[in-house]
Design a protein around this ligand. Structure first.
Ligand code: KG4
Ligand code: ZN
Length: 339
């Protein structure tokens, strides 16, 4: 089955074509970074309007790239949530209309399911069950994954997501948007011994996270510093170490608790080099195999939505003609895939 996947939940328009037999056929991404940069963060209304402009041209581009006519598409998958309501509705409306016009089924995909299945696009994908650490701009979660739609949330952030903490830290250090890559780049020049930041919620049992306190800690440290470029880099380094260390401690705990030997790291923050290195070391030490999506599929993309949607469509799931979007959507409420 060939499935067109459309992702518009936030600030990236992603469109891809996935074939259940041949794998990924084409993948196109348009990032709105330049559009939102002057505002220091995503402006929801501008995001929606830009998705309207970009989605159909990207659909044309992937069909051309795959050298396929529209009637070769067997289904359309779109991100229905969680995300920005207006942005989601653009993707849902376009996807549902294309499916109606082509007379093929459409399926609503959960954005975080897309992220956690992204490593499945690789040649050597993880087998079930595994533990997934999902670290994006909107969510931080540890999930036990027993199969598609068989998810048990083991822990999640009680306040800011890890990516959000990176973005807010970047903002207060005046590093611009998006913050994650900017903080990571500056941190390379930092002295890791200069500051030590707390590892929130690691001194008590459980797998939940809290990152909002780190932001205040960063602000106070920055205000008390000499304001030099070196101090900024040292703070970025201490912040990144604190987030990475906290995530690693909780991953180790989740692996111990579940007894599982496979760990998947996905979502935008999984592009972070220090996090990857740290979790690979955890994996080696505890005989756990660690999987990451390929670099370009860590952040938002259409390929992961096409893949997840293809699995659900092949299992017979699809939406009725009406459509909606779910800006808030619990991962555990998804139906399991009957095999
Ligand atoms: O998954 P994603 O593309 O969008 C959401 O679903 O939210 O994740 C975006 C987040 C942003 O907060 C961004 O700052 C963060 O991922 N991010 C990073 C890195 N690359 C992206 N954080 C740390 N280090 C990176 N290299
Ligand atoms: Zn995402």
């Amino acid at each position: 089955m060939r499935v067109l996947g459309i992702e518009t939940s936030c600030d990236e328009t992603g469109v891809a074509l996935y074939d259940s037999e041949r794998g990924l056929l084409a993948d196109a991404l348009y990032s709105q970074i330049a559009l939102h940069a002057e505002f220091g963060g995503v402006v929801p209304e501008l995001a929606s309007r830009d998705h309207i402009r970009k989605t159909l041209p990207l659909v044309r581009r992937v069909l051309e790239e795959a050298d396929l006519p529209a009637d070769a598409i067997g289904g359309v998958a779109y991100t229905a949530g969680p995300g920005l309501m207006g942005a989601l509705l653009v993707g849902a409306a376009i996807s549902r209309s294309l499916a109606f016009g082509w007379n093929v089924p459409a399926v609503a995909v959960h954005h975080m399911e897309g992220h956690l299945l992204a490593p499945m696009l690789d040649a050597d994908p993880p087998a079930y069950p595994f533990v997934a650490l999902l670290v994006s701009g909107g969510h931080t979660m540890l999930v036990q994954v027993d199969g598609i739609g068989r998810y048990r949330v083991l822990g999640e952030s009680l306040d800011d997501a890890a990516g959000e903490a990176f973005d807010k830290t970047a903002k207060l250090l005046q590093l611009g948007y998006p913050g994650g890559p900017a903080v990571a780049k500056l941190a390379e020049k930092g002295d890791p011994a200069r500051y030590h930041f707390p590892r929130p919620m690691t001194d008590r049992p459980g797998l939940d996270f809290s990152f909002s306190g780190l932001k205040t800690f960063t602000l106070n440290t920055w205000q008390a510093s000499d304001g030099s470029e070196q101090a900024k880099a040292d703070i970025a380094c201490a912040f990144e170490d604190a987030v990475v260390d906290t995530l690693a401690i909780k991953c180790r705990r989740a692996l111990e608790q579940t007894g599982l030997a496979r760990l998947v790291i996905a979502g935008g923050v999984s592009a972070n080099r220090k996090l990857r290195e740290r979790l690979s070391r955890v994996g080696e030490k505890h005989h756990v195999r660690v999987y990451y999506p390929r670099f370009e599929f860590c952040t938002d993309n259409g390929a992961m939505i096409a893949f997840a949607g293809c699995q659900r469509l092949m299992a017979g799931q699809h939406e009725e003609l009406g459509f909606g979007a779910r800006p808030r959507w619990a991962l555990e409420s998804l139906p399991p895939l009957s095999s």
